[in-house]
Design a protein around this ligand. Structure first.
Ligand code: CUA
Length: 325
């Protein structure tokens, strides 16, 4: 039941009300199932007994007498009443859960724009001061205890944002903005997954959610606001030249450099990210090299082209990207 992507391990009020609804429905369903099986077993045993008594007795039994009929009627009415009561109760609880999950609010709400793209997540922290807007990808950092308003938009097809520990699903529809207000109370790392089939790599369209304490969050945001780190040594410097000279810089942006591409994820602080390729691979040197060399093997159909690089260029490029901390 514990997990980074589990509705049964809630980390905020939205997740908690959904988990409660789930447990109540699971408990009721189990109870009804057990009662139905018990009734079935009793009916089978009664039928067996009457068959053992012989054909004469059976004939007499099927010719149901008045009191038996009354008992049967009472049982059927009770079962019918119970069914209606259970349906009404779960319906009411569902409505209350919807109200609770939709009612999360606060004064000091953080605004984050989350764009679904085939097959990754573009994340933008919105601030009234434009210079404090920050763009990252495939990671959502949240301050614990503070409500956030996610503005969900799509760049291409229908996606769906789903962070089971925090809230229910919300569809992302091209041409409109859906909002989801959620609050994470439990610092930790969670996982969100696209929950609407959106093409070849739908299953590999995930996102890491990191919930920080308030202070940690401010420090994280301040660090993200910084422009990209300068290459630290000659190898990284030649890696930066490889990045600018090849297709990389036309699709990706690295703040503080000439790379302004908007097609792919922002790479300004790639070295700090936990994963690569939308939570598909841990962010290690080997995986970074593999992802650049063979994106179509790791995520067939993805819009990341295979860039053919010499070994030396690849090593330099990886060194540069790793250094973007
Ligand atoms: Cu995006 Cu499924």
């Amino acid at each position: 039941m514990n997990g980074v992507q589990s509705i049964l391990d809630p980390a905020g009020p939205g997740g908690a009300s959904i988990a409660l609804l789930w447990w109540v429905m699971f408990g009721t369903g189990t109870l009804v199932f057990v009662l139905v099986v018990l009734a079935l077993v009793m009916a089978i045993r009664r039928a067996g007994e009457s068959r053992r008594r012989g054909p004469d007795e059976t004939d007499k039994l099927t010719d149901v007498n008045e009191p038996d009929q009354r008992i049967a009627k009472r049982w059927v009415s009770a079962a019918l009443g119970g069914t209606v009561a259970i349906l009404l109760a779960t319906f009411t609880l569902s409505l209350l859960t919807s109200r609770a999950t939709a009612g999360i609010a606060g004064d000091d709400m953080l605004e984050i724009e989350v764009t679904g793209v085939q097959w990754w997540w573009d994340v933008r922290y919105l601030d009234s001061i434009p210079a404090r807007n920050v763009r990252i990808a495939n990671e959502l950092h949240l301050p614990a205890g503070r409500p956030v308003r996610l503005r969900l938009i799509s760049r291409d097809v229908i996606h769906s944002f789903w962070a089971p520990n925090l809230h229910g699903k919300m569809d992302i529809i091209p041409g409109r903005e859906n909002t989801l207000v959620l609050r994470a109370d439990q610092p930790g790392t969670y996982r969100a997954q696209c929950a609407e089939f959106c093409g070849l790599q739908h299953a590999k369209m995930a996102m890491v959610i990191v919930v920080h304490t308030a202070d940690e969050f401010d420090a994280w945001l301040d660090a993200e606001l910084q422009p990209a780190a300068e290459p630290a040594d000659e190898l990284a410097r030649s890696g930066a030249r490889v990045f600018m000279a090849n297709a990389c810089s036309t699709c990706h942006s690295i703040r503080g450099t000439e790379a302004y591409g908007r097609v792919g994820p922002d790479l300004t602080h790639l070295g700090r990210r936990l994963t690569l390729a939308a939570a598909e691979l841990p962010n290690t040197r080997a995986n970074l090299g593999a992802w650049i060399t063979a994106p179509q093997v790791i995520k067939p159909g993805s819009h990341m082209p295979s860039v053919s690089l010499s070994n030396g260029d690849l090593i330099a490029l990886v060194a540069y990207l790793e250094g973007l901390r």
